[in-house]
Design a protein. Structure first.
Length: 94
């Protein structure tokens, strides 16, 4: 088994356990939703929502595209491929 195959199997297992349903540009996707706490120099604090999706299954998307998770509406603020088979979408409320 090659490293790429091992990575693909590991990514599939992670998504199977932690994934939620979402839509990007009205296209259904599954990904790991996280809303980590962020603090900007002790001045401004809040959450920094992100959706991590399988790069191979990611629909065409650009910054500003709509993302719906549950009943919450977001827009893509940043797109960050992680070179490990996932793409991290940093989101902002819309």
């Amino acid at each position: 088994m090659t490293f790429a195959e091992i990575k693909q199997r590991a990514n599939a297992a992670i998504l199977a356990r932690f994934a939620v349903e979402a839509t990007i540009n009205a296209q259904p996707v599954t990904g790991i939703f996280n809303r980590p706490y962020s603090d900007a120099f002790g001045i401004v604090s809040g959450s920094s929502p992100q959706l991590t999706i399988d790069t191979a299954e990611a629909p065409a998307m650009t910054v500003g595209d709509p993302v719906i998770i549950d009943i919450d509406n977001y827009a893509i603020a940043e797109i960050e491929p992680d070179n490990g088979g996932f793409t991290i979408l940093r989101l902002r409320k819309s």
